[in-house]
Ligand binder design. Structure first.
Ligand code: 5GP
Length: 200
């Protein structure tokens, strides 16, 4: 069967719970690698440079874009975010599934560059639940929360362009759905042409 890992785009509005789903999935499933993005936003309490993000000054971020070292990049609520290209091909070649946790602008750039990617959109059960999750993150100002809520609505409108949606109401079912999607994708005949050809 195909030895190469999947490239997975995971999007969803801030507060949909993508981080929690991913963290739990990675505890349950070995062989998943999470791409660490670069960002110009300031770290939130508890976030670690190099683990949660590479926190970069704007000039350094722009330099990486100019040197073509980002697979995609986008501006979200006034901050820049981007995916460093280097580790991705290496991990896929090693057979690991690589997850890019990125916004919808980045997601559509990846879909154009890498049509073989699997795209998954994580939704909250409702906008009310999303708002209360964002408000529980006391690290953000009222203005930042309002910006994120407005961004959430326009992002959710893009969910229809993704291959799959997951509603993150209860964590465990959401994690099981994501694991199921990855398992099914690996069995696709189009990803296993070599195996069939070798057999013949
Ligand atoms: P946050 O500031 O809440 O960590 O992230 C804000 C948004 O930026 C989220 O939707 C997150 O998925 C997205 N994001 C994080 N990293 C990247 C990236 O490398 N590229 C793009 N396009 N979006 C990203």
């Amino acid at each position: 069967m195909s030895a190469e890992g999947l490239l997975v785009v995971l999007s969803g509005p801030s507060g949909a719970g993508k981080d929690t789903v991913l963290k739990r999935l990675m505890e349950k499933e070995p062989g998943i690698r999470l791409s660490v993005s670069a960002t110009t936003r300031s770290p939130r309490e508890g976030e670690v440079d190099g683990k949660d993000y590479f926190f970069l000054p704007r000039a350094q971020f722009d330099g990486l874009v100019e040197q073509d070292k980002m697979l995609e990049h986008a501006e979200y609520c006034g901050n820049c975010y981007g995916t460093p290209s280097e580790p991705i091909e290496k991990w896929q070649a090693e057979g690991c599934d690589v997850i890019l946790e990125i916004d919808v602008q980045g997601g559509s750039q990846i879909k154009r560059k890498r049509p073989d990617c699997v795209s998954i959109f994580v939704l909250p059960p409702s906008l009310e639940v999303l708002e209360s999750r964002l408000r529980r993150r006391v690290t953000e100002s009222e203005e930042a929360i309002c910006k994120r809520l407005a961004a959430a609505k326009s992002e959710i409108a893009q969910a229809i362009h993704y291959d799959y949606i997951i509603v993150n109401d209860d964590l465990e079912p959401a994690v099981d759905q994501m694991a199921g999607i990855l398992r099914a994708e690996k069995q696709k005949s189009a990803r296993n042409k070599d195996f069939i050809e070798r057999m013949l």
